[in-house]
Design a protein around this ligand. Structure first.
Ligand code: THU
Length: 161
């Protein structure tokens, strides 16, 4: 029997929270306000901090043909990749919750978004910190690398056999 363990940090959203993490979480919360989510009424914002300090945001974009919509994380990631090319990503922050709630549980990225973050992590060869919170911005969860959320991940090396 093998055992898989991973480490994560829980910040309160107060004094114990690093300033750059808190700033990015607040940016994600602001981006969440622009989500287009008339069907689920679940609004998600994402903010990406590049290693050079620039920030890119996204929010979920839904569609009457439900599967045609896209999660906030992928809107932000694909936009960042489209405009920044192979510049490196430092961290991504995600804030999600029902439209009118003031308190909600931390919105961890869905499986497809974890896979998409992994793609860019492998592309840059350096970990991407993933930070996520509910709308109250407390608590805030953080993992050092998306691989911590994806045991036995499928990545580019699998395609090489
Ligand atoms: N959603 C995201 O934007 N990110 C996730 O990681 C999970 C779910 C969106 C998709 C859909 O618009 C709404 O939240 C409800 O699932």
């Amino acid at each position: 029997m093998e055992k898989y363990t991973f480490t994560y940090t829980i910040y309160s959203g107060g004094e114990d929270t690093p300033g750059d993490v808190m700033t990015l979480v607040k940016t994600a919360a602001k981006a969440r306000e622009g989500a287009y989510a008339p069907y689920s009424e679940f609004l998600v914002g994402a903010a990406i901090e590049m290693k050079d300090g620039t920030i890119h945001t996204g929010n979920n974009q839904e569609n009457a043909a439900y599967p045609s919509g896209l999660c906030a994380e992928r809107v932000a990631l694909f936009h960042a990749s489209a405009v920044c090319g192979d510049k490196k990503i430092k961290r991504i922050a995600i804030v999600g919750g029902p439209r009118d709630s003031v308190e909600s549980s931390p919105a961890a990225p869905c499986g497809a978004c974890r896979q998409s973050i992994l793609e860019y992590e492998e592309r840059q060869g350096e970990p991407i910190e993933v930070v996520f919170a509910g709308v109250g911005l407390s608590p805030i969860y953080s993992v050092h690398s998306v691989k911590d959320l994806l045991p036995f991940s499928f990545g580019r090396e699998n395609l090489e056999g």
